[in-house]
Design a protein around this ligand. Structure first.
Ligand code: FES
Length: 83
């Protein structure tokens, strides 16, 4: 965690109905929950009164950002190997 905004995102509640923070979601994503449904089953995000209307898009963005970061890391490793 390097920037102030990342720190804020870590502690900010993403799923307000269930009081689940961005950090908890990221930990579950890193643990292998790579879809909204997997996160829903594992940490119960999106199961609150709003029916995920307030959180689903943010959570899906978080999953997408994580997958993109993995791709970037893999590309960096590949670039490093071939140089
Ligand atoms: S904010 Fe996540 S279910 Fe309502």
């Amino acid at each position: 965690m390097s920037t102030q905004s990342q720190l804020i995102d870590h502690f900010k509640k993403v799923c307000i109905c269930r009081s689940v923070t961005g950090g908890t979601i990221l930990k579950a994503i890193r643990g292998g929950c790579l879809s909204f449904e997997a996160l829903r089953r594992q940490i119960r995000v999106g199961t609150g009164q709003c029916g995920a209307k307030r959180c689903r898009e943010k959570i899906e963005t978080q999953i997408r950002d994580y997958k993109d970061s993995l791709k970037t890391e893999a590309e960096d490793v590949e670039r490093h190997r071939s140089s």
